[in-house]
Design a protein around this ligand. Sequence first.
Ligand code: F6R
Length: 614
Amino acid sequence: MCGIVGYVGKEEALPILLHGLKRLEYRGYDSSGISIRNHDEDPVIVKAEGKLENLIEKTNDGLLFHSNSGIGHTRWATHGCPTETNAHPHHSDDYNVIGVHNGIIENYQELKDKLIRHGYTFYSETDTEVLIKLVDYYCKKYKQGPIDAINKTVVRARGSYAIALMCKNYPNQVWFAKKGSPLIVAKGEDGCYLASDVPAILKYTKNVYYVDDFECGVITGDEVKFFDLNGDDITDKKVLTEIDLPQDSIELKDYSYYMEKEIAEQPRAIKDTIDKYLTDENKIDFPSLGITQEFLNNLDEIYIFACGSAYHAGVVGQHVIEDLAGVNVRVELASEFKYRNYKMNPRSLAIVISQSGETKDTYEAMIKAKKYGIKTLAICNVKGSTIARDADYNCYTYAGPEIAVATTKAYSCQLIVLYLFALFLARTKYAIDKEKYYELIDEVKEIPAKVTKTIECRKQVQKLSARFTEKTNVFFIGRGIDYAVCMEGSLKLKEITYINSNAYAAGELKHGTISLIEKGVAVISIATQPDLLDKTVSNMVEVKARDGSVVALTTKGNDVEGASKYQIYIPDINPIFAASLAVIPLQQLAFYTSLNRGINPDKPRNLAKSVTVE
Ligand code: F6R
Protein backbone atom coordinates (compact mmCIF):
# COMPACT_ATOMS: atom_id res chain seq x y z
CA MET A 1 0.00 0.00 0.00
CA CYS A 2 1.51 3.40 0.85
CA GLY A 3 5.28 3.79 0.66
CA ILE A 4 7.65 5.86 2.76
CA VAL A 5 11.19 6.96 2.04
CA GLY A 6 13.50 9.34 3.91
CA TYR A 7 17.08 10.53 3.61
CA VAL A 8 19.64 12.76 5.36
CA GLY A 9 23.20 12.99 4.08
CA LYS A 10 25.83 14.47 1.81
CA GLU A 11 24.05 13.72 -1.48
CA GLU A 12 21.18 15.58 -3.14
CA ALA A 13 18.12 14.29 -1.30
CA LEU A 14 15.46 14.84 -3.95
CA PRO A 15 16.73 12.34 -6.58
CA ILE A 16 17.27 9.76 -3.81
CA LEU A 17 13.69 10.20 -2.60
CA LEU A 18 12.27 10.00 -6.12
CA HIS A 19 14.30 6.87 -6.83
CA GLY A 20 13.03 5.34 -3.59
CA LEU A 21 9.42 6.17 -4.46
CA LYS A 22 9.89 4.67 -7.92
CA ARG A 23 11.04 1.45 -6.26
CA LEU A 24 7.98 1.48 -4.00
CA GLU A 25 5.52 2.04 -6.85
CA TYR A 26 4.77 -1.67 -7.01
CA ARG A 27 3.07 -1.49 -3.63
CA GLY A 28 0.17 0.42 -5.23
CA TYR A 29 -0.63 4.14 -4.85
CA ASP A 30 -2.73 6.92 -6.29
CA SER A 31 -0.82 10.09 -5.39
CA SER A 32 2.63 11.01 -4.17
CA GLY A 33 4.62 13.77 -2.55
CA ILE A 34 7.91 14.86 -1.04
CA SER A 35 9.19 17.38 1.44
CA ILE A 36 12.82 18.40 1.18
CA ARG A 37 15.06 20.78 2.99
CA ASN A 38 18.55 22.11 2.46
CA HIS A 39 20.16 22.29 5.91
CA ASP A 40 18.36 24.99 7.89
CA GLU A 41 16.59 26.61 4.95
CA ASP A 42 12.79 26.43 4.81
CA PRO A 43 11.36 23.11 3.69
CA VAL A 44 9.62 22.69 0.34
CA ILE A 45 6.62 20.40 -0.21
CA VAL A 46 5.62 19.13 -3.65
CA LYS A 47 2.66 16.78 -4.20
CA ALA A 48 0.94 15.30 -7.24
CA GLU A 49 -2.13 13.25 -7.99
CA GLY A 50 -1.86 10.06 -10.00
CA LYS A 51 1.33 8.56 -11.34
CA LEU A 52 4.73 9.26 -9.85
CA GLU A 53 5.74 10.71 -13.24
CA ASN A 54 3.56 13.70 -12.33
CA LEU A 55 5.63 14.34 -9.23
CA ILE A 56 8.86 13.78 -11.13
CA GLU A 57 7.74 16.29 -13.74
CA LYS A 58 6.77 18.83 -11.08
CA THR A 59 10.24 18.58 -9.57
CA ASN A 60 11.98 18.82 -12.93
CA ASP A 61 13.31 15.26 -12.70
CA GLY A 62 14.58 15.91 -9.21
CA LEU A 63 16.63 18.97 -10.20
CA LEU A 64 14.26 21.64 -8.98
CA PHE A 65 15.76 22.24 -5.54
CA HIS A 66 18.98 21.59 -3.67
CA SER A 67 18.36 19.56 -0.56
CA ASN A 68 20.26 17.32 1.81
CA SER A 69 17.32 15.86 3.71
CA GLY A 70 13.74 14.92 3.03
CA ILE A 71 10.85 12.53 3.17
CA GLY A 72 8.71 11.08 0.39
CA HIS A 73 5.47 9.16 0.16
CA THR A 74 3.26 7.24 -2.24
CA ARG A 75 -0.32 7.24 -0.96
CA TRP A 76 -2.99 4.58 -1.45
CA ALA A 77 -6.11 6.44 -0.39
CA THR A 78 -7.91 5.31 2.76
CA HIS A 79 -9.27 8.48 4.46
CA GLY A 80 -10.26 10.87 1.70
CA CYS A 81 -10.05 10.76 -2.11
CA PRO A 82 -6.73 10.52 -3.92
CA THR A 83 -6.36 14.29 -4.38
CA GLU A 84 -3.30 16.48 -4.16
CA THR A 85 -4.61 18.01 -0.92
CA ASN A 86 -4.93 14.61 0.70
CA ALA A 87 -1.54 13.45 -0.60
CA HIS A 88 1.34 13.35 1.90
CA PRO A 89 3.44 14.98 3.29
CA HIS A 90 1.11 16.79 5.66
CA HIS A 91 2.15 19.69 7.82
CA SER A 92 1.16 21.68 10.87
CA ASP A 93 -0.13 25.17 10.06
CA ASP A 94 3.25 26.82 10.74
CA TYR A 95 5.22 23.95 9.14
CA ASN A 96 6.74 23.17 12.53
CA VAL A 97 6.13 19.46 11.84
CA ILE A 98 5.92 17.89 8.37
CA GLY A 99 5.28 14.19 8.00
CA VAL A 100 4.29 11.13 6.02
CA HIS A 101 2.43 8.12 7.37
CA ASN A 102 1.55 4.56 6.38
CA GLY A 103 -1.30 2.77 8.13
CA ILE A 104 -4.55 3.89 9.68
CA ILE A 105 -5.24 5.89 12.82
CA GLU A 106 -8.50 4.40 14.06
CA ASN A 107 -9.34 7.09 16.63
CA TYR A 108 -8.38 9.99 14.36
CA GLN A 109 -11.80 11.65 14.75
CA GLU A 110 -11.49 11.74 18.53
CA LEU A 111 -7.95 13.16 18.22
CA LYS A 112 -9.08 15.65 15.61
CA ASP A 113 -11.86 16.89 17.92
CA LYS A 114 -9.31 17.36 20.69
CA LEU A 115 -7.06 19.38 18.38
CA ILE A 116 -9.97 21.48 17.13
CA ARG A 117 -10.75 22.31 20.76
CA HIS A 118 -7.17 23.56 20.99
CA GLY A 119 -7.55 25.83 17.99
CA TYR A 120 -6.23 23.60 15.19
CA THR A 121 -7.87 23.69 11.77
CA PHE A 122 -7.67 21.02 9.08
CA TYR A 123 -7.21 21.29 5.34
CA SER A 124 -7.40 17.59 4.34
CA GLU A 125 -9.64 14.58 5.00
CA THR A 126 -6.75 12.43 6.20
CA ASP A 127 -5.95 10.78 9.50
CA THR A 128 -2.32 11.65 8.78
CA GLU A 129 -2.88 15.39 9.11
CA VAL A 130 -4.34 14.68 12.56
CA LEU A 131 -1.29 12.64 13.55
CA ILE A 132 1.15 15.32 12.38
CA LYS A 133 -0.76 18.07 14.18
CA LEU A 134 -0.86 16.00 17.34
CA VAL A 135 2.94 15.77 17.31
CA ASP A 136 3.04 19.55 16.78
CA TYR A 137 0.60 20.04 19.67
CA TYR A 138 2.74 17.99 22.07
CA CYS A 139 5.96 19.67 20.88
CA LYS A 140 4.49 23.05 21.74
CA LYS A 141 2.54 22.14 24.85
CA TYR A 142 5.43 20.49 26.67
CA LYS A 143 8.23 22.44 24.96
CA GLN A 144 10.06 19.16 24.56
CA GLY A 145 11.99 17.64 21.67
CA PRO A 146 10.43 15.49 18.94
CA ILE A 147 11.02 12.16 20.72
CA ASP A 148 8.83 13.09 23.66
CA ALA A 149 6.17 14.55 21.39
CA ILE A 150 6.22 11.47 19.15
CA ASN A 151 5.96 9.14 22.14
CA LYS A 152 3.04 11.08 23.57
CA THR A 153 1.33 10.92 20.17
CA VAL A 154 2.00 7.21 19.84
CA VAL A 155 0.41 6.51 23.20
CA ARG A 156 -2.76 8.38 22.14
CA ALA A 157 -3.07 7.03 18.58
CA ARG A 158 -4.87 3.71 18.05
CA GLY A 159 -4.26 1.73 14.88
CA SER A 160 -1.17 1.16 12.84
CA TYR A 161 1.45 3.51 11.60
CA ALA A 162 4.93 4.01 10.26
CA ILE A 163 5.78 7.71 10.26
CA ALA A 164 8.64 9.89 9.08
CA LEU A 165 8.77 13.49 10.26
CA MET A 166 10.77 16.64 9.74
CA CYS A 167 10.76 19.27 12.50
CA LYS A 168 11.47 22.95 11.94
CA ASN A 169 14.04 23.35 14.71
CA TYR A 170 15.90 20.17 13.83
CA PRO A 171 17.47 20.55 10.37
CA ASN A 172 19.46 17.61 8.99
CA GLN A 173 17.31 15.15 10.91
CA VAL A 174 14.37 12.93 10.02
CA TRP A 175 12.38 11.37 12.85
CA PHE A 176 10.53 8.11 12.71
CA ALA A 177 8.20 5.82 14.68
CA LYS A 178 6.38 2.60 14.02
CA LYS A 179 3.57 0.36 15.16
CA GLY A 180 2.12 -2.34 12.95
CA SER A 181 3.34 -0.99 9.58
CA PRO A 182 6.78 -1.95 8.32
CA LEU A 183 9.72 0.44 8.53
CA ILE A 184 13.45 0.03 8.10
CA VAL A 185 16.25 2.49 8.66
CA ALA A 186 19.61 2.11 7.00
CA LYS A 187 23.14 3.44 7.09
CA GLY A 188 25.02 4.12 3.89
CA GLU A 189 28.37 5.72 3.03
CA ASP A 190 26.83 9.08 2.19
CA GLY A 191 23.96 9.29 4.58
CA CYS A 192 21.19 7.51 6.38
CA TYR A 193 17.90 6.33 4.94
CA LEU A 194 14.53 5.12 6.01
CA ALA A 195 11.90 3.29 4.00
CA SER A 196 8.85 1.13 4.28
CA ASP A 197 10.49 -1.53 2.11
CA VAL A 198 13.99 -2.64 1.15
CA PRO A 199 13.86 -1.95 -2.65
CA ALA A 200 13.68 1.80 -1.91
CA ILE A 201 17.19 1.89 -0.50
CA LEU A 202 18.89 -1.17 -1.99
CA LYS A 203 20.80 0.96 -4.50
CA TYR A 204 22.58 2.80 -1.70
CA THR A 205 23.07 0.37 1.14
CA LYS A 206 22.32 -3.12 2.35
CA ASN A 207 22.80 -2.41 6.05
CA VAL A 208 19.45 -1.99 7.71
CA TYR A 209 17.82 -1.89 11.09
CA TYR A 210 14.28 -3.21 11.40
CA VAL A 211 12.24 -0.79 13.49
CA ASP A 212 10.12 -2.61 16.06
CA ASP A 213 6.67 -1.61 17.24
CA PHE A 214 6.63 1.29 19.71
CA GLU A 215 10.17 2.30 18.82
CA CYS A 216 10.99 5.73 17.51
CA GLY A 217 14.20 7.43 16.53
CA VAL A 218 16.07 9.78 14.27
CA ILE A 219 18.40 9.59 11.29
CA THR A 220 21.05 12.23 10.71
CA GLY A 221 23.73 12.42 8.04
CA ASP A 222 25.87 9.84 9.77
CA GLU A 223 23.96 8.11 12.51
CA VAL A 224 20.77 6.37 13.47
CA LYS A 225 19.37 6.58 16.98
CA PHE A 226 16.56 4.55 18.53
CA PHE A 227 14.43 5.33 21.58
CA ASP A 228 11.80 3.38 23.48
CA LEU A 229 8.44 4.64 24.72
CA ASN A 230 10.09 6.07 27.85
CA GLY A 231 12.41 8.13 25.70
CA ASP A 232 15.43 6.03 26.69
CA ASP A 233 18.16 5.57 24.09
CA ILE A 234 18.10 1.91 22.98
CA THR A 235 20.42 2.23 19.97
CA ASP A 236 22.96 -0.20 21.48
CA LYS A 237 20.33 -2.92 21.57
CA LYS A 238 19.54 -2.71 17.88
CA VAL A 239 21.17 -5.07 15.40
CA LEU A 240 22.34 -3.93 11.98
CA THR A 241 21.30 -6.60 9.44
CA GLU A 242 22.80 -7.08 6.00
CA ILE A 243 20.16 -7.56 3.30
CA ASP A 244 20.86 -10.64 1.22
CA LEU A 245 19.53 -9.33 -2.11
CA PRO A 246 21.47 -8.32 -5.19
CA GLN A 247 20.45 -4.89 -6.53
CA ASP A 248 19.74 -6.40 -9.97
CA SER A 249 17.10 -8.72 -8.48
CA ILE A 250 14.68 -5.81 -8.72
CA GLU A 251 15.64 -4.73 -12.27
CA LEU A 252 13.42 -5.52 -15.26
CA LYS A 253 16.40 -6.67 -17.36
CA ASP A 254 15.22 -7.77 -20.82
CA TYR A 255 11.55 -7.94 -19.93
CA SER A 256 8.86 -5.36 -20.55
CA TYR A 257 6.86 -6.25 -17.45
CA TYR A 258 7.69 -7.56 -14.00
CA MET A 259 4.89 -10.10 -14.21
CA GLU A 260 6.39 -11.55 -17.38
CA LYS A 261 9.80 -11.68 -15.73
CA GLU A 262 8.41 -13.24 -12.57
CA ILE A 263 6.50 -15.92 -14.49
CA ALA A 264 9.75 -16.77 -16.29
CA GLU A 265 11.70 -16.83 -13.02
CA GLN A 266 9.55 -19.57 -11.52
CA PRO A 267 11.78 -22.55 -12.30
CA ARG A 268 14.71 -20.78 -10.62
CA ALA A 269 12.61 -19.61 -7.66
CA ILE A 270 11.15 -23.08 -7.12
CA LYS A 271 14.57 -24.71 -7.36
CA ASP A 272 16.08 -22.23 -4.90
CA THR A 273 13.26 -22.97 -2.46
CA ILE A 274 13.68 -26.73 -2.83
CA ASP A 275 17.47 -26.44 -2.45
CA LYS A 276 17.13 -24.48 0.77
CA TYR A 277 15.29 -27.31 2.47
CA LEU A 278 16.42 -30.51 0.80
CA THR A 279 19.76 -31.99 1.85
CA ASP A 280 22.08 -33.94 -0.46
CA GLU A 281 20.69 -37.08 1.16
CA ASN A 282 17.15 -36.05 0.17
CA LYS A 283 16.18 -35.31 3.75
CA ILE A 284 13.96 -32.31 4.41
CA ASP A 285 15.72 -29.97 6.72
CA PHE A 286 13.77 -26.98 7.99
CA PRO A 287 16.65 -25.40 9.91
CA SER A 288 14.52 -22.80 11.61
CA LEU A 289 11.91 -25.30 12.71
CA GLY A 290 12.39 -26.12 16.33
CA ILE A 291 9.30 -28.33 16.18
CA THR A 292 9.93 -31.51 18.13
CA GLN A 293 8.95 -35.03 17.18
CA GLU A 294 6.74 -35.12 20.27
CA PHE A 295 4.89 -31.99 19.14
CA LEU A 296 4.26 -33.48 15.71
CA ASN A 297 3.15 -36.80 17.14
CA ASN A 298 0.58 -35.02 19.29
CA LEU A 299 -0.69 -32.87 16.46
CA ASP A 300 -4.45 -33.25 15.96
CA GLU A 301 -5.06 -30.58 13.41
CA ILE A 302 -3.44 -27.89 11.30
CA TYR A 303 -4.88 -24.45 10.60
CA ILE A 304 -3.83 -22.47 7.56
CA PHE A 305 -4.51 -18.72 7.53
CA ALA A 306 -3.95 -16.53 4.51
CA CYS A 307 -5.57 -14.09 2.08
CA GLY A 308 -5.95 -13.97 -1.70
CA SER A 309 -3.51 -16.11 -3.64
CA ALA A 310 -1.75 -17.19 -0.47
CA TYR A 311 -5.10 -18.62 0.66
CA HIS A 312 -5.36 -20.47 -2.65
CA ALA A 313 -1.90 -21.96 -2.05
CA GLY A 314 -3.20 -22.95 1.39
CA VAL A 315 -6.11 -24.85 -0.16
CA VAL A 316 -3.66 -26.84 -2.29
CA GLY A 317 -1.62 -27.41 0.87
CA GLN A 318 -4.70 -28.69 2.67
CA HIS A 319 -5.15 -31.46 0.09
CA VAL A 320 -1.48 -32.38 0.02
CA ILE A 321 -1.04 -32.46 3.80
CA GLU A 322 -4.24 -34.44 4.36
CA ASP A 323 -3.35 -36.91 1.58
CA LEU A 324 0.26 -37.46 2.56
CA ALA A 325 0.43 -36.91 6.30
CA GLY A 326 -3.11 -37.86 7.25
CA VAL A 327 -3.55 -34.79 9.45
CA ASN A 328 -6.76 -32.79 9.14
CA VAL A 329 -6.29 -29.26 7.86
CA ARG A 330 -8.64 -26.28 8.09
CA VAL A 331 -7.87 -23.48 5.66
CA GLU A 332 -9.36 -20.18 6.67
CA LEU A 333 -9.53 -16.80 5.00
CA ALA A 334 -7.58 -14.73 7.50
CA SER A 335 -9.79 -11.73 6.76
CA GLU A 336 -12.85 -13.66 8.01
CA PHE A 337 -11.41 -15.81 10.75
CA LYS A 338 -11.18 -13.02 13.29
CA TYR A 339 -14.96 -12.59 13.20
CA ARG A 340 -15.58 -16.22 14.14
CA ASN A 341 -16.09 -17.55 17.60
CA TYR A 342 -14.20 -20.64 16.67
CA LYS A 343 -12.58 -22.47 19.58
CA MET A 344 -9.15 -23.44 18.36
CA ASN A 345 -7.76 -26.85 19.16
CA PRO A 346 -4.71 -26.45 21.42
CA ARG A 347 -3.11 -29.59 19.93
CA SER A 348 -2.68 -27.86 16.62
CA LEU A 349 -0.25 -25.86 14.53
CA ALA A 350 -1.21 -22.65 12.71
CA ILE A 351 0.47 -22.11 9.35
CA VAL A 352 0.26 -18.53 8.06
CA ILE A 353 1.11 -17.88 4.44
CA SER A 354 2.01 -14.43 3.17
CA GLN A 355 4.30 -13.26 0.39
CA SER A 356 4.80 -9.83 1.89
CA GLY A 357 4.66 -10.93 5.51
CA GLU A 358 2.76 -7.70 6.15
CA THR A 359 -0.86 -8.59 5.39
CA LYS A 360 -2.74 -7.22 8.37
CA ASP A 361 -5.56 -9.78 8.29
CA THR A 362 -3.13 -12.68 8.15
CA TYR A 363 -1.12 -11.17 10.96
CA GLU A 364 -4.25 -10.78 13.11
CA ALA A 365 -5.23 -14.41 12.50
CA MET A 366 -1.75 -15.45 13.60
CA ILE A 367 -2.05 -13.38 16.77
CA LYS A 368 -5.44 -14.97 17.49
CA ALA A 369 -3.86 -18.43 17.22
CA LYS A 370 -1.06 -17.33 19.52
CA LYS A 371 -3.61 -16.22 22.10
CA TYR A 372 -4.82 -19.82 22.17
CA GLY A 373 -1.23 -20.86 22.87
CA ILE A 374 -0.96 -22.43 19.43
CA LYS A 375 2.46 -22.49 17.76
CA THR A 376 2.63 -20.56 14.50
CA LEU A 377 4.64 -21.34 11.40
CA ALA A 378 5.04 -18.56 8.82
CA ILE A 379 5.61 -19.14 5.11
CA CYS A 380 6.76 -15.70 3.99
CA ASN A 381 8.84 -14.37 1.13
CA VAL A 382 10.15 -11.26 2.85
CA LYS A 383 12.78 -11.78 5.50
CA GLY A 384 12.30 -9.71 8.60
CA SER A 385 8.68 -8.94 7.72
CA THR A 386 6.21 -8.45 10.56
CA ILE A 387 4.63 -11.90 10.27
CA ALA A 388 8.01 -13.61 9.93
CA ARG A 389 9.34 -11.85 12.99
CA ASP A 390 6.37 -12.60 15.21
CA ALA A 391 5.80 -16.23 14.15
CA ASP A 392 7.24 -19.02 16.26
CA TYR A 393 8.76 -20.80 13.26
CA ASN A 394 9.67 -19.66 9.75
CA CYS A 395 9.92 -21.47 6.45
CA TYR A 396 10.81 -18.76 3.96
CA THR A 397 10.07 -18.98 0.26
CA TYR A 398 13.04 -18.03 -1.92
CA ALA A 399 11.19 -16.36 -4.77
CA GLY A 400 13.26 -13.17 -4.53
CA PRO A 401 11.56 -9.78 -4.60
CA GLU A 402 8.16 -9.91 -6.27
CA ILE A 403 7.33 -6.55 -7.82
CA ALA A 404 4.26 -7.18 -10.02
CA VAL A 405 1.11 -6.70 -7.99
CA ALA A 406 -0.31 -10.08 -9.03
CA THR A 407 1.68 -12.83 -7.39
CA THR A 408 3.14 -15.62 -9.52
CA LYS A 409 6.53 -16.87 -8.36
CA ALA A 410 5.80 -16.37 -4.66
CA TYR A 411 2.60 -18.43 -4.98
CA SER A 412 4.57 -21.18 -6.74
CA CYS A 413 7.18 -21.20 -3.98
CA GLN A 414 4.46 -21.31 -1.32
CA LEU A 415 3.21 -24.52 -2.95
CA ILE A 416 6.72 -25.98 -2.75
CA VAL A 417 7.12 -25.22 0.95
CA LEU A 418 3.70 -26.77 1.59
CA TYR A 419 4.66 -29.92 -0.37
CA LEU A 420 7.91 -30.22 1.59
CA PHE A 421 6.12 -29.60 4.86
CA ALA A 422 3.57 -32.29 4.00
CA LEU A 423 6.34 -34.74 3.16
CA PHE A 424 8.28 -33.81 6.29
CA LEU A 425 5.19 -34.35 8.42
CA ALA A 426 4.22 -37.54 6.60
CA ARG A 427 7.65 -39.06 7.19
CA THR A 428 7.88 -37.83 10.79
CA LYS A 429 4.52 -39.38 11.57
CA TYR A 430 5.34 -42.51 9.55
CA ALA A 431 2.27 -41.87 7.40
CA ILE A 432 4.25 -42.87 4.31
CA ASP A 433 7.07 -45.39 4.01
CA LYS A 434 10.61 -44.57 2.97
CA GLU A 435 10.13 -45.80 -0.58
CA LYS A 436 7.10 -43.60 -1.14
CA TYR A 437 8.89 -40.67 0.48
CA TYR A 438 11.93 -40.89 -1.84
CA GLU A 439 9.71 -41.40 -4.85
CA LEU A 440 7.78 -38.20 -4.03
CA ILE A 441 10.97 -36.27 -3.29
CA ASP A 442 12.24 -37.20 -6.76
CA GLU A 443 9.02 -35.86 -8.20
CA VAL A 444 9.38 -32.59 -6.29
CA LYS A 445 12.91 -32.23 -7.65
CA GLU A 446 11.56 -32.54 -11.17
CA ILE A 447 9.09 -29.68 -10.75
CA PRO A 448 11.46 -26.86 -11.86
CA ALA A 449 12.21 -28.59 -15.19
CA LYS A 450 8.53 -29.34 -15.73
CA VAL A 451 7.60 -25.74 -14.97
CA THR A 452 10.15 -24.66 -17.61
CA LYS A 453 8.47 -26.96 -20.12
CA THR A 454 5.04 -25.61 -19.21
CA ILE A 455 6.21 -22.01 -19.57
CA GLU A 456 7.48 -22.84 -23.05
CA CYS A 457 3.88 -23.33 -24.23
CA ARG A 458 3.26 -19.60 -23.88
CA LYS A 459 2.72 -19.06 -27.63
CA GLN A 460 -0.32 -21.33 -27.56
CA VAL A 461 -1.71 -19.55 -24.50
CA GLN A 462 -0.98 -16.15 -26.04
CA LYS A 463 -2.97 -17.18 -29.11
CA LEU A 464 -5.83 -18.39 -26.95
CA SER A 465 -5.80 -15.12 -24.99
CA ALA A 466 -7.08 -13.29 -28.11
CA ARG A 467 -10.39 -15.14 -27.58
CA PHE A 468 -10.64 -13.75 -24.07
CA THR A 469 -10.01 -10.09 -24.87
CA GLU A 470 -13.66 -9.18 -25.31
CA LYS A 471 -15.13 -11.60 -22.78
CA THR A 472 -17.17 -10.18 -19.93
CA ASN A 473 -17.59 -13.39 -17.93
CA VAL A 474 -15.31 -16.37 -17.48
CA PHE A 475 -15.86 -19.42 -15.29
CA PHE A 476 -13.26 -21.78 -13.90
CA ILE A 477 -14.34 -25.23 -12.79
CA GLY A 478 -12.46 -28.10 -11.20
CA ARG A 479 -12.48 -30.57 -8.33
CA GLY A 480 -10.12 -31.10 -5.40
CA ILE A 481 -6.67 -29.63 -6.06
CA ASP A 482 -7.96 -28.49 -9.45
CA TYR A 483 -10.59 -26.38 -7.74
CA ALA A 484 -7.87 -24.71 -5.67
CA VAL A 485 -6.05 -23.89 -8.93
CA CYS A 486 -9.33 -22.59 -10.41
CA MET A 487 -9.56 -20.06 -7.59
CA GLU A 488 -6.05 -18.85 -8.31
CA GLY A 489 -6.57 -18.75 -12.10
CA SER A 490 -9.80 -16.85 -11.68
CA LEU A 491 -8.25 -14.29 -9.32
CA LYS A 492 -5.30 -13.76 -11.68
CA LEU A 493 -7.65 -13.15 -14.58
CA LYS A 494 -9.97 -10.72 -12.83
CA GLU A 495 -7.31 -8.70 -11.04
CA ILE A 496 -5.25 -7.82 -14.09
CA THR A 497 -7.82 -7.92 -16.92
CA TYR A 498 -10.88 -6.57 -15.07
CA ILE A 499 -12.95 -9.37 -16.65
CA ASN A 500 -15.45 -10.80 -14.23
CA SER A 501 -14.41 -14.37 -13.52
CA ASN A 502 -15.54 -16.93 -11.00
CA ALA A 503 -14.18 -20.22 -9.77
CA TYR A 504 -16.59 -23.02 -8.96
CA ALA A 505 -16.10 -26.45 -7.57
CA ALA A 506 -17.20 -28.41 -10.66
CA GLY A 507 -19.66 -30.41 -8.58
CA GLU A 508 -21.40 -27.18 -7.61
CA LEU A 509 -22.14 -26.25 -11.21
CA LYS A 510 -25.51 -27.93 -11.21
CA HIS A 511 -26.46 -26.26 -7.95
CA GLY A 512 -26.99 -22.87 -9.55
CA THR A 513 -24.16 -21.64 -11.72
CA ILE A 514 -25.11 -23.63 -14.79
CA SER A 515 -28.00 -21.22 -15.32
CA LEU A 516 -25.39 -18.68 -16.47
CA ILE A 517 -23.99 -20.92 -19.19
CA GLU A 518 -25.10 -19.91 -22.67
CA LYS A 519 -23.58 -19.51 -26.11
CA GLY A 520 -20.05 -18.17 -26.01
CA VAL A 521 -19.58 -18.16 -22.23
CA ALA A 522 -15.99 -19.23 -21.58
CA VAL A 523 -15.45 -22.03 -19.08
CA ILE A 524 -11.93 -23.09 -18.20
CA SER A 525 -12.05 -26.60 -16.84
CA ILE A 526 -9.04 -27.91 -14.96
CA ALA A 527 -8.76 -31.69 -14.98
CA THR A 528 -5.40 -32.94 -13.75
CA GLN A 529 -6.62 -35.39 -11.10
CA PRO A 530 -7.09 -38.88 -12.60
CA ASP A 531 -9.54 -39.99 -9.90
CA LEU A 532 -11.78 -37.02 -10.66
CA LEU A 533 -11.30 -36.84 -14.41
CA ASP A 534 -14.49 -38.63 -15.48
CA LYS A 535 -16.63 -36.48 -13.24
CA THR A 536 -15.05 -33.22 -14.42
CA VAL A 537 -15.32 -34.33 -18.06
CA SER A 538 -19.05 -34.87 -17.47
CA ASN A 539 -19.28 -31.26 -16.28
CA MET A 540 -17.47 -30.08 -19.41
CA VAL A 541 -19.94 -32.00 -21.55
CA GLU A 542 -22.82 -30.34 -19.70
CA VAL A 543 -21.33 -26.91 -20.43
CA LYS A 544 -20.71 -27.83 -24.08
CA ALA A 545 -24.28 -29.03 -24.42
CA ARG A 546 -25.38 -25.50 -23.48
CA ASP A 547 -23.12 -23.94 -26.10
CA GLY A 548 -20.52 -22.83 -23.56
CA SER A 549 -16.97 -22.58 -24.88
CA VAL A 550 -14.86 -25.02 -22.88
CA VAL A 551 -11.08 -24.76 -22.51
CA ALA A 552 -9.71 -27.93 -20.96
CA LEU A 553 -6.50 -27.66 -18.96
CA THR A 554 -5.26 -31.16 -18.35
CA THR A 555 -2.30 -33.51 -18.19
CA LYS A 556 -0.85 -34.97 -21.38
CA GLY A 557 -2.55 -38.23 -22.25
CA ASN A 558 -6.00 -37.34 -20.91
CA ASP A 559 -8.77 -37.54 -23.47
CA VAL A 560 -10.73 -34.30 -23.20
CA GLU A 561 -11.05 -33.36 -26.87
CA GLY A 562 -14.64 -34.48 -27.25
CA ALA A 563 -15.68 -32.45 -24.24
CA SER A 564 -13.89 -29.19 -25.01
CA LYS A 565 -13.25 -26.67 -27.75
CA TYR A 566 -9.63 -25.86 -26.83
CA GLN A 567 -7.09 -27.90 -24.93
CA ILE A 568 -3.99 -26.93 -22.96
CA TYR A 569 -1.79 -29.82 -21.92
CA ILE A 570 0.69 -29.70 -19.05
CA PRO A 571 3.54 -32.22 -18.72
CA ASP A 572 2.86 -35.46 -16.94
CA ILE A 573 3.27 -35.06 -13.18
CA ASN A 574 2.21 -36.79 -9.99
CA PRO A 575 -1.32 -35.40 -9.52
CA ILE A 576 -0.58 -34.31 -5.99
CA PHE A 577 1.88 -31.72 -7.36
CA ALA A 578 -0.12 -30.82 -10.49
CA ALA A 579 -1.09 -27.37 -9.18
CA SER A 580 2.51 -26.26 -9.77
CA LEU A 581 2.11 -26.80 -13.50
CA ALA A 582 -1.59 -26.09 -14.01
CA VAL A 583 -1.27 -22.58 -12.61
CA ILE A 584 1.34 -21.53 -15.21
CA PRO A 585 -0.92 -21.31 -18.32
CA LEU A 586 -3.48 -19.48 -16.17
CA GLN A 587 -0.88 -16.88 -15.16
CA GLN A 588 0.07 -16.53 -18.82
CA LEU A 589 -3.55 -16.29 -19.95
CA ALA A 590 -4.20 -13.48 -17.48
CA PHE A 591 -0.97 -11.73 -18.48
CA TYR A 592 -1.59 -11.79 -22.25
CA THR A 593 -5.29 -10.96 -21.91
CA SER A 594 -4.34 -7.98 -19.78
CA LEU A 595 -1.97 -6.76 -22.51
CA ASN A 596 -4.63 -7.38 -25.19
CA ARG A 597 -6.97 -5.13 -23.22
CA GLY A 598 -4.38 -2.37 -22.98
CA ILE A 599 -3.86 -2.79 -19.24
CA ASN A 600 -0.48 -2.68 -17.52
CA PRO A 601 -0.50 -6.09 -15.80
CA ASP A 602 2.08 -4.95 -13.25
CA LYS A 603 -0.09 -2.20 -11.84
CA PRO A 604 -3.79 -3.08 -11.95
CA ARG A 605 -6.10 -0.33 -10.77
CA ASN A 606 -7.01 -0.04 -7.08
CA LEU A 607 -4.72 -2.87 -6.00
CA ALA A 608 -1.80 -2.75 -3.62
CA LYS A 609 0.96 -5.31 -3.35
CA SER A 610 0.96 -5.42 0.37
CA VAL A 611 -2.34 -4.96 2.17
CA THR A 612 -1.54 -3.45 5.53
CA VAL A 613 -5.05 -2.38 6.46
CA GLU A 614 -8.00 -4.59 7.44
C1 F6R B 1 -3.11 -11.82 -5.97
C2 F6R B 1 -2.34 -11.39 -4.81
C3 F6R B 1 -3.07 -11.20 -3.54
C4 F6R B 1 -2.19 -11.63 -2.36
C5 F6R B 1 -2.88 -11.29 -1.04
C6 F6R B 1 -2.06 -11.72 0.15
O1 F6R B 1 -2.30 -11.92 -7.10
O2 F6R B 1 -1.16 -11.17 -4.90
O3 F6R B 1 -4.28 -11.87 -3.52
O4 F6R B 1 -1.95 -13.00 -2.46
O5 F6R B 1 -3.08 -9.91 -0.98
O6 F6R B 1 -0.83 -11.09 0.16
P1 F6R B 1 0.38 -11.67 0.97
O7 F6R B 1 0.75 -12.97 0.35
O8 F6R B 1 1.46 -10.64 0.86
O9 F6R B 1 -0.11 -11.86 2.37
